[in-house]
Design a binder for this molecule. Structure first.
Ligand SMILES: Nc1nc2c(ncn2[C@@H]2O[C@H](COP(=O)(O)OP(=O)(O)OP(=O)(O)O)[C@@H](O)[C@H]2O)c(=O)[nH]1
Ligand SMILES: [Mg+2]
Length: 470
């Protein structure tokens, strides 16, 4: 266990040239360091930005800085903090950090500032994770979810569940001391209903895991279709640069190409794949294998069809994955299909009119967007359709976006298993002790999410994924 008595120090900003860089220390020596290195009063005035010269232990001037001292417990970590903003030269920041270490600070481990905040009861574990999510959020939605979790949204949902679980537990624990007495039928019915409600509430939280993945990783959007349909052209159009090779020769894309893309409040991982050719050449076959692999883990499909050609049949592995919810048809090359009476190009309604008789039943999809990657027509509507589709992945709980991570999901699944087992004990009139043990196991699982259950190894593992200085 790392000691809370040490004063830890680290760069809080990335190494590199910038306007300012921040070096941060937390622990009992902060006030003394502020006095010795910055000639601040002892103890320094808390939360006051003070312009001062930073001198190292030999008295050499390193930089003029702005220092802020936070007195425990009113700081990010809950311990004293000294935050030094220097000029954004990595050499200066490094020099200041070295001096802090020379003055007895220890280099902070990854996530140690936040871990101290957790250890000092400033935040629970799900909030500590939200700090990380906030730093890495890549879209507006991810930001909202992280902000809400940081403000305790997940914690509040769990508190409510925990409260109900405790009352169910209290109802049966009274009978543990009386081994001869059975749980009365009336109590049994109440406990059963409580457990079923708890299980439903837990399932609702568990159902947000997929959305959590989408928020943290981006929506995996795979562009599929027959060779030459214009998949790579579409990727290029959507990302706004010539990222993928485009040519009139079918089978141009062999390997998949991935680009991050922001559309509205969403972040997509857009993946262009090799065309699906019913009779592929050997190298093409390898490319198609990769397409199938990408498709297996896709959240959203853009099925690109060539509007001038008959609709191709798709491999069954792909076909079975497509649904109304997760796929959009992109009817491409509409510039090559003249629309009667459309002198100034195709409006969306004209596109729809022209293609309304097209039958996409084979693919289980009805929604389509007509596009031309040459003229750019229809691409705005496609972007809107993608946003609409992405919105359907959202999982709200009341006014809040809840998006649990895999650690939360693991704990919630264990709680679910305990509820299932408890219901079996209820059904078979099993001993109250076993019923209580199941509910206590569920309580522990809930507690793990907020970090109420001590689990040093889990904490080590979790905070190791943080950045140094956070
Ligand atoms: N007229 C017209 N041509 C297009 C359109 N989109 C793509 N093309 C052309 O169609 C050909 C194939 O485009 P690509 O983007 O390479 O098609 P692909 O689906 O990636 O093809 P593969 O990688 O071989 O599977 C190129 O000559 C493109 O210029 C379109 O909307 N209209
Ligand atoms: Mg291609």
């Amino acid at each position: 266990m790392i000691s809370n008595r040490d004063t830890i120090a680290a760069l809080a900003t990335p190494l590199g040239t910038s306007a300012i860089a921040i070096v941060r220390a937390s622990g009992p020596d902060c006030a003394a360091i502020a006095r010795d290195a910055l000639e601040l009063p002892h103890p320094p005035q808390p939360r006051a930005a003070t312009h001062a010269d930073y001198r190292n232990r030999s008295g050499a001037l390193l930089d003029d800085v702005v220092a802020i001292y936070y007195a425990a417990p009113n700081s990010y970590t809950g311990d004293d903090i000294l935050e030094i903003s220097c000029h954004g030269n990595p050499f200066i920041a490094q020099k200041i950090l070295e001096d802090l270490l020379a003055r007895g600070c220890r280099p902070a481990e990854a996530g140690e500032f936040t871990r101290r905040a957790f250890a000092n009861g400033r935040i629970d574990l799900s909030q500590a994770e939200a700090v990380m999510d906030l730093i890495h959020a890549r879209s507006e939605r991810a930001l909202t979810a992280a902000n809400q979790q940081l403000r305790g949204s997940l914690g509040r949902h769990l508190d409510a569940l925990t409260e109900n679980l405790l009352s169910a537990l209290a109802r049966i624990e009274a009978y543990i001391d009386f081994p001869d007495e059975d749980l009365p039928a009336e109590d049994r019915a109440i406990v059963r209903r409580d457990i079923e409600d708890l299980s439903k509430g837990t399932a609702r939280l568990l159902a947000t895991q997929h959305y959590g993945e989408l928020l943290r990783e981006g929506i995996r959007t795979v562009i599929i279709g027959e060779p030459n349909a214009g998949k790579s052209s579409l990727l290029n159009r959507l990302v706004g640069q010539e990222r993928a090779l485009v040519s009139a020769e079918p089978g141009t894309t062999r390997d998949f190409i991935e680009e991050r893309l922001h559309i509205g409040p969403h972040c997509l991982r857009l993946i262009d794949t090799a065309g699906l050719n019913p009779s592929p050449a050997p190298l093409e076959k390898l490319g198609m294998q990769k397409t199938l692999e990408r498709a297996a883990e896709a959240d959203l499909f853009l099925l690109v069809l060539d509007a001038t050609r008959p609709h191709p049949s798709l491999p069954p592995e792909i076909l079975e994955k497509l649904s109304q919810e997760n796929a959009l048809i992109v009817l491409n090359k509409i510039d090559l299909v003249p629309v009667a009476g459309a002198a100034t190009g195709n409006s969306k309604s004209k596109i729809n009119l022209k293609f309304q008789n097209q039958d996409f039943k084979n693919y289980n999809i009805t929604h389509f967007c007509g596009t031309s990657c040459v003229t750019g027509e229809g691409l705005d509507a496609l972007e809107k359709a993608i946003i609409d589709r992405a919105e359907t992945f959202r999982r709200d709980q009341g006014d809040e976006i809840i998006a649990i991570n895999s650690r939360h999901a693991d704990a919630l699944s264990r709680a679910q298993a305990s509820f299932a087992s408890a219901l079996v004990h209820l059904d078979t009139n099993g001993p109250v002790e076993l019923l209580a043990a199941d509910l206590r196991a569920a309580l522990d699982a809930y507690g793990e999410i907020g970090g109420r259950i001590d689990n040093e190894r889990m904490l080590d593992h979790l905070f190791a994924t943080f950045c140094i200085g956070k």
